[in-house]
Design a protein around this ligand. Structure first.
Ligand SMILES: *Cc1c(COP(=O)(O)O)cnc(C)c1O
Length: 476
């Protein structure tokens, strides 16, 4: 759509934007069971008002906007207190988990340059359940990743395998609290003790779970130890735009001391322009996300979060019991909070995902990896709470529908086609794979069962290239 030579009216602009939104997922209706963190209209409104109040203020300039410096130090202090920080703990507000993790990895890399100058290519050791953001950070920052296996029953990191993967180039160990995929907390005290023993750093990725778990703790739930109070934990990331229920983009990175944070900062005074000093990746940045997050935290307070966490945990327990009662489905591991995955020995879970979405329910498909099966993931949030029984009914109907479709047998022909293609990829495998998947370049697909089933059969590197090609065609 070309820019209009003469500007539209405010009404026209807003009407057009709203018309575009009409095709989005119905996330405000509580039927999207992953990737949405919606506290309900009363809380969201306060965050939104605060966000727009600071929309145009620029957090690049704490000198011009001491308000933003105050909001950031306040926010970081409250989060540090919830997450076991001490008087030495420092941190910053960032745009999301990815940025927080990027900073933790940069701090580790540059800490190693100062303290382990013999290391040429620094390495980090992480379980296969760790978030892709660590791989992305390694890719951006020039580190090597050593991936270690999970325990295939509990889906928690295998600490003995992490020990085996440590060498003279290791600078950082990573644990998740919890990992996104299965919602289980890694044995953080053991990972942190191992890091201490080996003289390396230890990052806890509490991006998704940090706030929810710390509130669960105040309610008397049994929660595995995971925070900065554990000896050996040197940094921790936690997102406010997930179970903090703040608007995006909002996360916090915490360091156990200013001496470590120094390695995450960036300064530049060697151009004709203004001297740059950035505690985080972004330079110019809106004050909106920070003010929105501060407002959400302060509007809810501990009691507000306790109310949400109790409701969400009750809903989660009901969902887990409901799924356990469906003989075709199995919950994977013992989830530590309101996120979990379930698989099926007899049904194609990707078809189950489509059957659910045709009924207006959205869950997240996850591929098999590290010895664990393909599965469907749910992250329960407040907006799902009133819909639990309806979801379980839809799930039962969907299981019955997929069963009628013949289970896994009819996938055999697809499997054979893929095997042939892999043996003889030809000059343009992507076009052939896209055709097999029924993908049309530049269009979002309507159903995902066939695509996911196909991707599941392909090697990881090929899937990655395929996704790059596809997204390269999508944004045109
Ligand atoms: C969401 C998530 C991240 C990445 O956070 P973004 O805000 O999407 O950048 C990292 N780790 C875990 C465990 C997560 O769930």
């Amino acid at each position: 759509m070309p820019l209009p030579p003469v500007g539209l009216s405010k009404e026209q602009v807003l009407a057009t934007l709203r018309a575009y939104k009409a095709h989005d997922a119905p996330w405000l209706e509580g039927r999207v069971m992953a990737g949405v963190y919606d506290p309900g209209p009363a809380v969201a409104e306060v965050g939104k008002a605060a966000y727009t109040e600071f929309l145009s203020e620029n957090a690049l300039y704490p000198n011009l906007y001491p308000s933003l410096l105050k909001l950031e130090t306040d926010t970081v202090r409250s989060i540090a207190d919830w997450l076991g920080g001490g008087p030495q703990t420092v941190g910053n507000f960032t745009s999301g988990g990815t940025e927080s993790i990027l900073l933790a990895v940069k701090a580790a890399r540059d800490w190693a340059r100062a303290h382990k100058p013999q290391v040429q290519t620094p390495e980090m050791v992480l379980c296969i359940t760790a978030h892709p953001a660590f791989h992305k950070a390694a890719h951006y920052l020039g580190l090597k990743v050593q991936i270690t296996p999970m325990n295939p029953t509990t889906f928690r990191a295998d600490v003995e395998a992490m020990r085996q993967a440590i060498n003279e180039n290791t600078v950082l160990l990573v644990g998740s609290a919890p990992c996104y995929s299965h919602g289980v907390v890694d044995p953080i005290p053991e990972i942190a003790a191992l890091a201490q023993e080996k003289g390396v750093l230890c990052h806890v990725d509490a991006c998704v779970g940090g706030l929810h778990l710390s509130v669960m703790r105040t309610l008397g739930f049994s929660v595995p130890a995971f925070d900065l109070s554990i000896p050996g934990v040197t940094s921790l990331s936690t997102d406010l735009h997930k179970y903090g229920y703040a608007a995006k983009n909002a996360s916090v990175i915490l360091y156990h001391s200013p001496a470590l944070r120094r390695f995450a900062l960036y300064a530049n005074a060697r151009t004709t322009g203004y001297a740059v000093i950035n505690p985080t990746v972004l330079s110019s940045k809106s004050g909106g996300p920070l003010a929105g997050a501060w407002a959400t935290l302060h509007f809810l307070g501990l009691q507000g979060y306790q109310q949400i966490v109790s409701e969400v945990q009750r809903a989660t327990e009901r969902l887990l019991a409901g799924i356990a009662a469906i003989p075709e489905l199995q919950v994977l591991g013992k989830p530590d909070m309101c996120m979990f995955a379930f698989s099926s020995a007899h049904l194609n879970v990707f078809e189950l995902e489509d059957a659910l979405s045709s009924r207006g329910w959205f869950v997240q498909a996850q591929f098999s990896a590290g010895g664990g099966p393909a599965n469907l993931h749910l992250s329960v949030n407040r907006s799902n709470v009133p819909h639990v029984e309806d979801f379980l009914t839809a799930l039962q109907e969907s299981v019955a529908e997929v069963k009628r479709g013949g289970g896994l047998d009819h996938l055999e022909s697809l499997r054979q086609e893929v095997a042939q293609l892999l043996q003889n990829p030809g000059p343009d495998p992507f076009t052939r794979i896209a055709a097999l998947a029924g993908l049309v370049p530049g269009q979002m697909p309507t159903g995902f069962a066939r695509i996911n089933t196909l991707l599941e059969l392909l090697p990881d590197e090929l899937v990655e290239s395929l996704l790059v090609e596809y997204v390269n065609s999508l944004y045109r």
